[in-house]
Design a protein around this ligand. Structure first.
Ligand code: IMP
Length: 193
């Protein structure tokens, strides 16, 4: 089985990716390769940040690797918080604080349209490849559900009545931004890996 490093310390993301790639690839997280560095996300785009993280692993550990960066892009906020989704309510903000800030900013706004966008950078044999996944939906005005993480309790994908936090993991993975990007990565690896 091909072994790949996923440059993340986020247990939720690792779990999602394990579930999608299970029989096809063996995926190791940063902790599994002994990397405890919180790789600084200093880019101004999702692509930049994904690339910074995959290059970090290649440069320090000499291992083929992929990394993702995800943003929630809200139409009424001109695409914010976007690349700054993790730090929306400030440096080291909790998921809870970020969701509170989002609900406050959208208070009384009629346009609730939003999308999650994930960009993956894959570094393989010293070449870089990008994969993107998008899911459109809307932000509801109060939290629903206990699964998932981040903005999941307030995001309802188009075509569904439940938030991501009310779905079981396999349903979220089959329609989510990260699920779609990972599926593209898997298809690429199966043909080129
Ligand atoms: P990251 O930089 O890719 O880790 O993502 C930035 C932020 O987006 C995270 O801190 C989460 O708040 C949010 N996020 C990323 N992926 C998801 C998801 O699948 N559901 C809900 N929120 C997410």
């Amino acid at each position: 089985m091909k072994k790949l490093v996923f440059a993340t310390n986020n247990p939720h993301k690792l779990e999602e990716v394990h579930a999608i790639l299970q029989e096809k690839f063996e995926v190791a997280g940063l902790a599994d390769i002994g990397c405890t560095t919180d790789i600084p996300e200093t880019g101004t785009t999702l692509q930049d940040n994904a690339s910074i993280k995959s290059h970090f692993v290649v440069n320090h550990y000499k291992l083929d690797c992929f990394a993702d960066d995800t943003g929630l892009e809200v139409q009424a906020l001109g695409g914010r918080p976007g690349v700054y989704s993790a730090r929306y309510a400030g440096e080291n903000a909790s998921y809870e604080q970020n969701v509170d800030k989002l609900l406050t900013e959208l208070n009384h706004k009629e346009n609730r349209k939003a999308r999650f966008r994930t960009v993956i950078s894959l570094m393989m044999n010293h070449k870089e490849y990008f994969f993107e996944g998008v899911v459109n939906g809307r932000i509801i005005n109060q939290r629903k559900g206990n699964s998932g993480f981040g903005y999941d309790p307030v995001f309802v994908p188009d075509g569904y009545d439940q938030t991501f936090a009310e779905m079981d993991a396999s349903l979220k993975n089959s329609i989510s931004h990260r699920g779609k990007a990972i599926q593209k990565l898997a298809d690429f690896l199966l043909h080129n890996g």
